[in-house]
Structure formats: structure tokens, C-alpha cells
Design a protein around this ligand. Structure first.
Ligand SMILES: NC(=O)c1ccc[n+]([C@@H]2O[C@H](COP(=O)([O-])OP(=O)(O)OC[C@H]3O[C@@H](n4cnc5c(N)ncnc54)[C@H](O)[C@@H]3O)[C@@H](O)[C@H]2O)c1
Length: 385
């Protein structure tokens, strides 16, 4: 029988409801080892909890105080999707309450917050804890990852990974917490998008040793939604030029986290250029991936329509399209599969260690961008520092 894990959702906004949607159509997955059931919700905005009451009949507890939810012995695991400034307090309380956690990125607003979370985590090795990052679950992304794992690229010439948004191009877009430094953090666009961009490189062992970041602020004030204007001080765009050195490779890697990329609504991509093979996948063309084999003759890129060739099998025919909400569900399938004691079909969600490494890169990028110099990345955990 399919095992059931009872979940609490803390933060019922954009992402909290994406989880509810993925959980509601769990029948989409073929023979999952386990399934999530949302039994408790918490948000300071009561109308968002009304949405859960209307749409998720299994919810028995609703509260504006996350501590009450954590005291509920019925709740085994938590999805926490709250503004960045709350990650440290909430994630630590969740771990201390002995609940499994899928936490949203950036997993702590800054390096110090992340280290505090990692210190709490070190005391609870019994819990399954992962960081949200769904884009690598696109079938095309998995193809690039498989090629890398097979060592097929040969000597790598260059890697580029990016996440591009465009809605902030609109100067009239009212400010929200994601554009406020005291709630979103000093990283700005890097805190929003950096985990998405670094997840695959870090999983493949491509850790930047040095970074040189170009940080851009173009929109310095925004409507406050009440007829006035307020300062908007977060970084809009970051282009981080890094150098990756491993035992066998030494190559440049460019990471882009852009909130202002004209024409791009939510584009995640990765391109790997190698001496033997090269590969490219972008969510802009979600069903296709591209690669090139080179054996000394013709240089010709190939394109394949993948359709719904997902990591976790589903009822959907393989010729049909795969999209964002499918990537979200596949990520959840990976997390719940790990809760059930399995290995997430070989590709688990981003780990807390990967999130900690991404903080090391972003912190170096912040220094680099502010001082316009090359900075070495310090990956030492130093959790007591
Ligand atoms: N994985 C992704 O693709 C993705 C996309 C967007 C956002 N995120 C991340 O998800 C998290 C939340 O972002 P979002 O876009 O859902 O934001 P959101 O603003 O839509 O939702 C956050 C919710 O937290 C609630 N909240 C605020 N303070 C609270 C408190 N003290 N107690 C309980 N609830 C509280 C708010 O009322 C809101 O409903 C962030 O960490 C963000 O980086 C991830």
C-alpha cells in the first residue's frame, strides 16, 4: 500500500499553493512509494488559508502561528515557503520540532542565517531535509545531467547556467517583499535565483573556486501600491564569471541571475561545451534538448523532442509536453520518495550542503560585485563562526 506522509504547509502564498496542486493530483504518478497529505496550514493572511479550506479537504488545522502547527503531533513533514528573512527562525524551529523539511531557497536569507540553520540540522541527522529547486527535473535538464555523469563531454570548454525573468523591466510594477533588502536579503536577484542556477553545477561537482561578479541595479524606486514611490535597493541582475577546478577539469563557468532580462518570463537554462560533446537545455523550449557529438569530423548540433520522459513515471503518454507544474510535482515525488526511505530514482532534491555551498558562492559574488575584484570562494562550513 502507498505510504502516506502528513504535511503541514507554512506560507500559503505562490509556492505553498503550488505544492497543494501537486499533492492534489498525486494520482498522476504511476505507483509512487508514498504520497503527501496536507493536514495543517499556517499563514498570517487568513484568506490564503481559506483557499486551502475550500480546495484541500484533508486540512484539519489552520493557524496564523507556526508554533501551533509545529506542536501538532499529526504533522510529520513541513513545506516552508515564507519570505527569506523568516527562513532561519522557521527552519530551526521546524528541525527542533523533529519534522522533516522541504525548505524554500535560498535556505536562509544570507550566509550567517544559513550557517545557523546548518548548525541546527547537524543535531538532527535523522530528519530528511532538502531545499526546493525544481527546474533540473525537466526531462531535457536530466539529459544534460546524464551526459555529464557519463563523463561524455571530455575536456569542458565552458559552462553557462542562468535564470532569466523579465517582469521587473516594468518600472510601474509595485514593490513587493522580493524587492526589499530587509526581507529578501542583500543578495537581491542572486538570493531569488541563485539556487536554481547552481543546483546542477554543484550536483555535478562543479564548484566555483573564484568569482568575479557584475551586479546591476537599474530600477531604484518602485510604486508602493498606495500612490507613492519607495526606494527599491535590491540588485536586479548578476552575471557571475567563475572558474571551476576539479581533479580533471579546469574551465570558466558563467552564472546569470537576471530579474530584468527583456522578453524572458521564467527561463532556466544550462549549456555545457566540451571537446567531445556539448549539450544545451532551456525551459524556453521545454520539450527539446540539443547536443553535439564531435569525433573530428562534422560539427552538427542535434535536437530531440523529448516529451514527457520524466524521472518518476506518470500516466501521461511520452509524446505529451512537460511543464513547470510537472517539474514541481517531480521534485515533490523525489522528496516524498526519500521520506519513504528510497533514493529518488537517482536524482534527489537539492541538499542542505548544496544550499550551503551556493551561499558561499553568492557571498563571494556580493563582495566581488561591490568591490569589482576577483574573490575566492570559501566553502568551509564554519558553522560555529
Ligand atoms: N522554487 C521556486 O520556483 C520558487 C518560486 C518562487 C518563490 N520561491 C521561494 O518560496 C518562498 C516563498 O515565496 P513565494 O513566492 O511563495 O512568496 P509569497 O509572498 O507568495 O508567499 C509567502 C507567504 O508567507 C506568508 N507569511 C509571511 N509571514 C508569515 C508568518 N510570520 N507566518 C506564516 N506565514 C507568513 C505570507 O502571508 C505569504 O502568503 C521564498 O523562499 C521564495 O524564494 C521559490
Amino acid at each position: 500500500m502507498t505510504k502516506v506522509f502528513r504535511f503541514g504547509v507554512i506560507g500559503c502564498g505562490l509556492m505553498g499553493r503550488e505544492f497543494a496542486s501537486a499533492a492534489a493530483r498525486w494520482l498522476h504518478l504511476s505507483n509512487p512509494a508514498a504520497r503527501p497529505e496536507i493536514v495543517a496550514v499556517c499563514d498570517t493572511n487568513a484568506s490564503l488559508m481559506d483557499w486551502f479550506a475550500d480546495n484541500v479537504p484533508t486540512v484539519k488545522q489552520r493557524t496564523t502561528d507556526y508554533r501551533e502547527l509545529l506542536a501538532n503531533p499529526d504533522v510529520e513533514a513541513i513545506y516552508c515557503a515564507v519570505p527569506h528573512v523568516l527562513h532561519q527562525e522557521f527552519y530551526i524551529a521546524i528541525l527542533e520540532a523533529g519534522k522533516h523539511l522541504l525548505g524554500e531557497k535560498p535556505f536562509g536569507m544570507d550566509l550567517m542565517q544559513n550557517r545557523a540553520i546548518m548548525a541546527a540540522l547537524a543535531k538532527r541527522p535523522d530528519l530528511v531535509v532538502r531545499c526546493s529547486s525544481e527546474m533540473p527535473f525537466f526531462p531535457g535538464a536530466q539529459k544534460v545531467i546524464q551526459m555529464a555523469n557519463a563523463g561524455a563531454f571530455g575536456d569542458i570548454i565552458e559552462v553557462e547556467a542562468g535564470f532569466l525573468h523579465s517582469s521587473d523591466l516594468d518600472r510601474k510594477k509595485p514593490i513587493n517583499w522580493k524587492r526589499m533588502e530587509h526581507i529578501n536579503g542583500d543578495y537581491g536577484c542572486m538570493g531569488d535565483l541563485g539556487m536554481h542556477v547552481l543546483h546542477v553545477p554543484l550536483r555535478l561537482g562543479w564548484k566555483p573556486q573564484t568569482v568575479h561578479a557584475q551586479l546591476v541595479k537599474r530600477v531604484t524606486e518602485r510604486p508602493d501600491g498606495k500612490g507613492g514611490m519607495v526606494p527599491c535597493t535590491t540588485w536586479d541582475n548578476a552575471a557571475i564569471s567563475t572558474r571551476v577546478k576539479t581533479d580533471s577539469q579546469d574551465f570558466p563557468m558563467l552564472l546569470k541571475t537576471f530579474r530584468i532580462a527583456p522578453g524572458e518570463s521564467n527561463t532556466w537554462y544550462i549549456r555545457v561545451l566540451g571537446m567531445n560533446k556539448s549539450a544545451f537545455f532551456s525551459t524556453k523550449q521545454p520539450r527539446q534538448w540539443h547536443w553535439m557529438d564531435y569525433e573530428g569530423g562534422r560539427q552538427s548540433w542535434q535536437t530531440e523532442d523529448l516529451g514527457y520522459d520524466s524521472l518518476f513515471p506518470t500516466i501521461t503518454g511520452k509524446i505529451f509536453e512537460f511543464g513547470f507544474i510537472d517539474a514541481i510535482q517531480q521534485m515533490w515525488a523525489a522528496f516524498v520518495d526519500e521520506l519513504a526511505g528510497n533514493k529518488a530514482n537517482g536524482f534527489h532534491c537539492a541538499t542542505p550542503d548544496e544550499a550551503a555551498s551556493h551561499h558561499a558562492v553568492l557571498t563571494a559574488a556580493l563582495v566581488s560585485g561591490s568591490e569589482n575584484r576577483v574573490v575566492s570562494v570559501d566553502y568551509s562550513t564554519g558553522i560555529s563562526a
